[in-house]
Design a protein around this ligand. Structure first.
Ligand code: HEM
Length: 408
């Protein structure tokens, strides 16, 4: 882009266009309002002076081509709560730009890459098998606690080297902490709960790191400590913040994938029957789950220079909210986007974001979901949902509070 472009954008005419993502009932069914937003104003200036990008092609183009940062030109984070300091994501890799971002990503990659995924697979299979044995014996289960939560929390705690006995501590912390990503726009009580979780998690990991220094193992925390010792300097507190960020990312998103994916199958019994007939469809089915009801409805970028999006020139320092959930339901990209179809071809969704920040845990999450949802489909029958209104957890992500079912 050249400086000849007129970048004078009005800043006081924003409109949620009926799709306020912070409204209490937005999560119940965001898709009709996201369809309306995409049709009416696909590059939408919000009342809080951020731009929502809701077409698939625009989201993909920005991830691929726009010169972006995760922070504003003055170095501040556009969406975080300025009072949220301890355990803050300011120095988490997702909020950093290269080269610092690459350095942190490479360190974490050693513990989240293909080798780890292979090593964890038997453990995931066994955990799911035992869960289903118990559920079938007792005639029902609570999908979120018994499966969607158990599998990722056990795996991510093992990867990080968190003792099994401490796992329960994270049940509330991780959910609450997801709100930090957009806390600037959340009500004061949620901001407070988010800060409390940040403090508690910082206390926990400071202690764990102190203990681990004298007792290194094969876990991610030890890998980060070793990197620090080998001169790949992690600034004070940086190590603790990576640990908090990774555990939040590893828990909450995958609970959403397994929970929402299972729910999609329960709401579409013919698709469940299809998977039972042809278990080889499982890989494509997981991609369709990620497209159909993605755990993270939006993430963010900041433009470093003006960029044209669907005919609008957005200025440097514009804060973009990339509406992943809307891109995944864009009819211009996915025919009949509201249909859950595990045989859909070309399910190249945006659930894991894109560009240099593309989700580092995607292979782990996919593997966990493949076993959890795949075995659930094959081993169960005669399922009834024992729940009236859908309830959401305290997470900012799309994570249900519970999903109780019985078998008959
Ligand atoms: C279904 C499950 C998951 C979903 C939907 C998901 C989604 C995402 C998204 C949208 C981003 C931001 C990407 C961007 O800004 O372009 C991200 C980043 C990240 N995710 Fe995931 N995630 C999942 C599972 C996991 C797991 C299991 C882990 C680790 C145990 C993980 C670790 C990370 C990390 C470390 C980043 C930051 C990467 C970077 O900044 O380079 N995620 N994820």
């Amino acid at each position: 882009m050249t400086s000849a472009i007129d970048t004078s954008i009005p800043v006081d005419t924003g409109d949620w266009c009926g799709a306020d993502p912070f409204a209490p009932n937005f999560r119940d069914d965001p898709y009709p309002s996201l369809h309306a937003l995409r049709a009416r104003d696909p590059v939408n200036l919000t009342p809080v002076n951020t731009w929502r990008i809701s077409r698939y092609d625009d989201v993909a183009t920005i991830f691929r081509k726009a010169k972006t940062s995760q922070t504003l030109a003055d170095g501040t984070a556009p969406n975080f709560d300025p009072l949220d300091t301890r355990g803050s994501f300011l120095e988490f890799m997702l909020n950093m730009d290269d080269p610092e971002h690459q350095r942190l990503r490479r360190l974490a990659m050693q513990s989240l890459g293909p080798n780890t995924v292979r090593q964890m697979e038997d453990e995931v299979k066994k955990t799911v098998e035992q869960t289903l044995d118990k559920a079938l014996a007792q005639g029902g289960m609570e999908i979120i606690q018994d499966m969607a939560h158990l599998v990722p929390s056990r795996m991510v705690c093992q990867i990080m080297g968190i003792p099994e006995s401490d796992r329960e501590l994270f049940n509330e912390w991780t959910g609450a902490r997801t709100n930090a990503f957009f806390a600037r726009f959340l009500p004061p009580d949620v901001q407070q709960r988010t800060r409390d979780a940040g403090n508690a998690m910082a206390d926990y990991f400071e202690n764990l790191v102190r203990e681990r220094r004298g007792n290194l193992g094969n876990d991610l925390i030890s890998a980060l400590i070793r990197a620090e010792a080998e001169g790949d300097k992690l600034r004070d507190g940086e190590l603790v913040v990576q640990a908090i960020g990774i555990i939040v990312a590893g828990y909450e998103t995958t609970i959403g994938l397994i929970g929402n994916g299972t729910r999609a199958f329960l709401d579409h019994p013919e698709q469940l029957a299809l998977l039972r007939e042809d278990p080889g469809l499982i890989n494509n089915a997981i991609e369709e789950c990620l497209r159909y009801d993605t755990p993270i409805l939006f993430n963010w970028r900041v433009l470093q220079e003006p960029f044209e999006v669907s005919g609008k020139i957005l200025p440097a320092d514009a804060v973009l909210w990339m509406m992943l959930g809307s891109a995944n339901r864009d009819p211009a990209r996915f025919p009949e986007p509201d249909r859950f179809d595990i045989r859909r071809r070309d399910v190249a969704h945006q659930a894991f974001g894109g560009g240099v920040h593309f989700c580092l845990g995607n292979a782990l999450a996919r593997m966990e979901a493949r076993h959890a949802i795949g075995q659930f489909a094959l081993r169960t029958k005669g399922i009834e949902i024992r729940q009236g209104k859908l309830e959401w957890s305290h997470s900012f992500f799309r994570v249900m509070a519970q999903l109780p079912i019985t078998f008959h």
